[in-house]
Design a protein around this ligand. Structure first.
Ligand SMILES: Cc1cc2nc3c(=O)[nH]c(=O)nc-3n(C[C@H](O)[C@H](O)[C@H](O)COP(=O)(O)OP(=O)(O)OC[C@H]3O[C@@H](n4cnc5c(N)ncnc54)[C@H](O)[C@@H]3O)c2cc1C
Length: 420
C-alpha cells in the first residue's frame, strides 16, 4: 500500500516471514475480524511497527477458527479443479514449521504442530477404486503421496477396522491445534502492540473519494490508512462496501464432534481419513470427528442426521470409538467463496481496502501464507505472484445464469460430502 496521509515513521525489524524494507511511513491499520487470519495479520503488522486495531463482533478466535479440525492437508485435500490453489496451499504448508516455532517462542504458548502425516483409508473394494483415482490425480500433480497395503495401514494404526484394504499416506500433511493457535495468535498480536477490541462489531466501512478511510464502530468513525476485511463467513455482510468490493463469500456449515480417548493409550495416533469422515487425534486424548459440508445459510443447529453420519463413519473405520465418551459437539461456518479459493490482496478502485477472506476449508493451513503475503503487500505495496491469482477482481464479470452467485449452488441443498 503506498504511504499516504497521517502516518508515523518507525524504525522496525520485520518479522521473519516478511521481506525487509527500509524504515518508512507505516500505515494505521484496522482489521475487521479476529480469527486466525485477522489475528495473524495483526501480529505481523504490529511487529513491523504499524498501528493496528483489530475489531471482533464477539470474542477473538471463536468463529471458524474455533470450529476447525486444524488439519494441514495440502496434499490429500486437493481435488480436481483445485490445481490453481495448490501453489498457495503448498507454500503455506512449508511456512508452518517456522511460523509455529516463531509463535511459540514469542508467546511461550504451544500450538501442537504435528507434521507426522495424514492417511486416507479404504475399507471396501469400492473405496479402494475411489482412493486409487484420487491418488493418481494427486500424484500427477507431483504431490508426495505413498500407496499403502492393508497391512501397512494397520501397522501405522493398529486399532483401525481389520478390513482396511488400502491407504494413502500424505507424509507432508499434518495438523495443528487450531484452538491453541487462536490463543497464541491473540497473545502474539497483543504482545506486538496491536489493540484488540472484542465485542466491538464494525458496522460499516467508510469510503471517501474512492478510498477506504476507516470503519464505523458504535456510530463513530475510526480513521485508518488501510482496512483489512478478515471477517470470515460474515465478510459480505459489511455495510458500506462498494459493489465491486463485496466479496462473494457464504457460510458453509460444518458439524463436528469430539470424543475422549485415553491420552496414554490412544485409539489413534495420526490424522486418518476413512470414507465419509475424518479423525483427528489431539495430544491430550481428544479425538475430533468431522465434518459435514452443508449449504444451509446461517443455520447453526446440530442435526441428528449429521451427527449420526459422522459417528457411523467413525465407528466403521475405528470400531473402538463405540466406547468413547462424547465430549463436545458443535457447528461452524467455513467462509466459502464462489470458487472456493480465498480472496486476498488489494481491491481495484478502492484504495486502502485489503481482502483477507474466503479461506473456506483451508484457513488454518493458509494462515502463515496469508499473514506473510498480505502483510507484505500492506507494508510494501507489492502483490506477490502467489497472491495475484486470488484478487477479488477475478469475480468481476458476467453473473451466473441462475441468479445466484454461489458457484450456482442452491444454498438450501445439503451437500453431505465430508470436507475439512
Ligand atoms: C467444521 C470446520 C472444519 C474445518 N477444518 C479445517 C481444517 O482442518 N483445516 C483448515 O485449514 N481449515 C479448516 N476449516 C476452515 C477454517 O476454520 C477457516 O477457513 C478459517 O478459520 C477462517 O479464518 P477467518 O479468520 O477468516 O474466519 P473466522 O475464524 O470465522 O473469523 C472471522 C471473525 O470475524 C468476526 N466478524 C465478522 N463480522 C464482523 C464485524 N462486522 N465486525 C467485527 N468482527 C466481525 C467474527 O466474529 C469472527 O471472529 C474448517 C472450518 C470448519 C467450520
Amino acid at each position: 500500500m503506498p504511504a499516504k496521509g497521517d502516518r508515523k515513521t518507525v524504525t522496525h525489524i520485520p518479522p521473519s516471514g516478511i521481506s525487509s524494507r527500509k524504515p518508512a511511513a507505516l500505515p494505521r491499520v484496522v482489521i475487521i475480524g479476529a480469527g486466525c487470519i485477522g489475528l495473524s495479520l495483526a501480529w505481523r503488522l504490529a511487529s513491523a511497527g504499524c498501528t493496528v486495531d483489530v475489531h471482533d463482533q464477539g470474542a477473538a478466535g471463536l468463529g471458524a477458527t474455533h470450529a476447525a479440525a486444524g488439519m494441514l492437508a495440502a496434499a490429500v485435500e486437493t481435488e480436481p479443479g483445485e490445481q490453481p490453489l495448490l501453489p498457495l496451499t503448498l507454500d503455506s504448508q512449508r511456512r508452518w514449521p517456522a511460523f509455529a516455532a516463531e509463535l511459540e517462542a514469542y508467546t511461550g504458548l504451544p500450538v501442537d504442530l504435528r507434521a507426522d502425516g495424514t492417511m486416507q483409508v479404504a475399507l471396501t473394494r469400492d473405496d479402494v477404486e475411489v482412493l486409487r483415482a484420487g491418488y493418481e490425480f494427486q500424484r500427477g500433480l507431483g504431490l508426495n503421496l505413498k500407496w499403502l497395503s492393508g497391512a501397512q495401514v494397520k501397522e501405522r494404526e493398529p486399532w483401525l477396522n481389520p478390513r482396511a484394504a488400502a491407504g494413502v499416506l500424505g507424509a507432508d500433511d499434518g495438523q495443528v491445534d487450531n484452538r491453541k493457535l487462536a490463543v497464541a495468535l491473540k497473545a502474539a498480536a497483543l504482545k506486538a502492540g496491536a489493540r484488540l477490541h472484542e465485542h466491538s462489531a464494525v458496522q460499516a466501512l467508510s469510503v471517501s473519494g474512492g478510498r477506504a478511510d476507516g470503519v464505523v464502530v458504535g456510530g463513530v468513525l475510526r480513521a485508518a490508512d488501510v482496512v483489512v476485511l478478515a471477517a470470515g463467513a460474515w465478510s459480505r455482510q459489511l455495510a458500506g462496501l462498494p459493489d465491486a468490493a463485496v466479496p462473494p463469500v457464504r457460510p458453509v456449515k460444518g458439524q463436528m464432534l469430539a470424543l475422549r480417548m485415553d491420552a496414554a493409550q490412544p485409539l489413534l495416533r495420526h490424522v486418518v481419513w476413512p470414507p465419509k469422515c475424518y479423525l483427528v487425534p489431539r495430544l491430550d486424548g481428544r479425538l475430533i470427528v468431522g465434518a459435514t459440508t452443508e449449504e444451509k445459510g446461517w443455520d447453526d443447529r446440530l442435526t441428528a442426521g449429521g451427527v449420526l453420519a459422522l459417528l457411523e463413519a467413525a465407528w466403521r473405520a475405528l470400531p473402538g470409538v463405540e466406547e468413547l465418551p462424547i465430549e463436545e459437539m458443535w457447528t461452524g461456518f467455513r467462509p466459502g467463496s464462489r470458487d472456493d479459493a480465498p480472496i486476498l490482496g488489494p481491491v481495484p478502485d478502492v484504495d486502502g481496502l485489503v481482502m483477507a477472506t474466503g479461506h473456506h476449508r483451508n484457513g488454518i493451513l493458509l494462515t502463515p501464507g496469508t499473514a506473510d503475503l498480505v502483510a507484505d503487500h500492506i507494508l510494501t505495496g507489492r502483490v506477490d505472484p502467489l497472491l495475484a491469482p486470488f484478487g477479488i477482481g477475478r469475480f468481476q464479470g458476467p453473473r451466473p445464469q441462475n441468479g445466484t452467485d454461489q458457484r450456482g449452488t442452491d444454498q438450501r441443498a445439503i451437500d453431505q460430502r465430508v470436507r475439512a
